[in-house]
Design a protein around this ligand. Structure first.
Ligand SMILES: C[S@@+](CC[C@H](N)C(=O)[O-])C[C@H]1O[C@@H](n2cnc3c(N)ncnc32)[C@H](O)[C@@H]1O
Length: 229
């Protein structure tokens, strides 16, 4: 897999073996090659095949207000708490895909009259996702929200967190494809980036078994507050 990792530019070792093996087997069938070495040869010479393989491993499904009950929780509970007393909120969407998660958050902040107090950053592994995110062609997103967001490339399996202390971190549906070891490292990276009393929101199928081990406490389904600085 070493050559495939190099050619694809993906941190393959951080993804669960079954997931990678399934995507490799599918790509081998599609490109009619026998094994990972053959696939690496195809990906080296065919940019479209490479892009397709990258997207298949780093599952990029996303949508505006995906899992609406989580955005209801943000709007009615988590954000009012973070914004209390006129406080500013810095929010990082880690594994933002096409940016729809961050734009949805921007829409909520605008609705709460707090957009001008917000710093909104999205990061993702794939440049091709970020290119879509930069355009931000989503219904219901104002120019003001578009002007507030910024995006950057970041490999959560290898890079540290973005500089700063983030008061809200969204990392939904990213860890599910990772190995337990990579997932643990990821949560460590996220927590290191959080401000004290900052909030981490995971996806609807993700939860921490022992939040205290990360210096967190559960405050709502899939939501955790940083208790230790
Ligand atoms: C299923 S999407 C989730 C998008 C969004 N968070 C949501 O829930 O709608 C998973 C995203 O995680 C990104 N991703 C996977 N591994 C990553 C890594 N090591 N570093 C950064 N992003 C990663 C993928 O590129 C993909 O865009």
């Amino acid at each position: 897999m070493g050559e495939l990792e190099r050619v694809s530019g993906l941190p393959l070792a951080s993804f669960r073996d079954e997931h990678v093996n399934e995507q490799v087997a599918r790509a081998c069938r599609r490109f009619e090659v026998a094994d990972a070495a053959g696939l690496a040869r195809v990906l080296r010479s065919d940019e479209d095949a490479r892009r397709r393989f990258r997207r298949s491993v780093a599952i990029s499904h996303a949508a505006m207000f995906r899992d609406p009950h989580q955005f209801a929780l943000l709007e009615h509970d988590l954000l009012p708490g973070l914004l209390a007393g006129g406080a500013r909120v810095s929010a990082w969407s880690a594994g933002c895909s096409d940016g729809s998660e961050l734009y949805s958050l921007g829409v909520l902040l605008e609705r709460l009259g707090a957009l001008d107090r917000a710093l909104l950053l999205g990061s993702d592994l794939l440049e091709e996702n970020l290119a879509i995110a930069q355009v931000g062609a989503f219904d219901g997103v104002s120019a003001a929200v578009r002007a507030r967001v910024r995006f950057e490339q970041r490999d959560l399996a290898a890079d540290g967190p973005p500089p700063g202390r983030w008061r809200l971190v969204l990392c939904r549906n990213v860890a599910i494809y990772m190995t337990p070891a990579a997932r643990k490292r990821l949560y460590g990276t996220l927590v290191a980036a959080m401000a004290r009393r900052g909030v981490l929101l995971l996806g609807r199928s993700e939860r921490l078994i022992d939040p205290a081990a990360f210096g967190l406490r559960a405050i709502a389904p899939h939501a955790y507050e940083r208790v230790a600085a």
